[in-house]
Design a protein around this ligand. Sequence first.
Ligand code: UD1
Length: 362
Amino acid sequence: MHVLHVVGARPNFMKVAPVLRALRQQPGVRQTLLHTGQHYDANMSDIFFQQLGLPAPDIFLGVGSGSHAQQTAQVLVKFEEAVQQARPDWVLVYGDVNSTMAAALVCAKLRIRVAHVEAGLRSFDRDMPEEINRLVTDQVADLLLTPSADGDANLLKEGIPAERIRRVGNVMIDTLVRLLAQARLPDVPLKPPFALVTLHRPSNVDDPQQLRQILETLIGLSAECQMVFPVHPRTRSRIADLGSTFPGGERCLLLEPLGYVECLALQNHAAAIVTDSGGIQEESTYLGVPCLTLRENTERPITVTEGTNTLIGSDMRLLQSELKQILRGQGKRGRKPDLWDGRAGERIAAVLTGAAELRAAA
Ligand code: UD1
């Protein structure tokens, strides 16, 4: 069996690693790793390949940045050619980035079997580009590998036949479990207690007024709690666009994007996490660190109902009061959801090798 994995952007890399490893243990499985090039900076891509022990991609499409249409169209055209040459038995797509949706669509049209890892998550907010990607990918995929029960329920409600759905657990947590012992703090002047801050959603950073409000609130809070803020390239350029002062400094450390093991160590040692990332909501739940999410909704509700996550939306007063509560030791304590156990990759490998006969969806 030949399995081709498609990755493109930073959050895909920690999801593919455990599946590659698990499938390597299976006799008769050949694997190809394809990188679309959606993320291309060394600190958004290469460092993850090194730290996660990923092999260099067999195929690199060099798609790069652009509008959603441009980026998606480039993946469609280039991936169609690549996958026709590779002729895999299965294509695996991960998460909810533009590369995920584009590759799934190509496979559906070519009738190449495609499995979606992290299927079924829904924010029910179509203002999020990722929600569109999730909806389209799940509609066209032949096999839907879900991280949690809410994923199964969402898919069934959308009319996906139960036999195409397999709950395998959270594959990103496999990587966390494997690398936690190697987590190392970056060499920056930390002054605990500190909060790890990450921001990159268009809804937070593309609106100058919203971005300014968030930054001003963080500066205000930094008197009580140091802010450690690795800045995504999109956010860095939006901060520059503000043209105003967000000087950073000792109480508010502005860092370049970090590698996986550095980010993991910061999460693990943080008093609190302030984020709009999907993955960090999950990692903080696993680590038991209170997480304040600057979004109105989440496609990962289990992090709120079972984990340490609290949705803040854009209410900066709520952010202030919740962070202060955490600093008083009254942060949310959650538990690890089921099947967040470090073995999701193995379960995916078992489903795939046992499902060799699954036919392309009618
Ligand atoms: C993408 C995903 C998002 C994911 C995020 C993680 C989509 C729709 N969005 O958002 O779900 O949470 O990745 O980071 O697929 N840039 C660089 N260097 C890079 C990559 C990007 O400078 O290596 C800059 C470019 O200016 C680019 C901008 O960041 O235009 C946005 O990149 P893009 O891939 O479009 O989306 P992300 O915001 O990274």
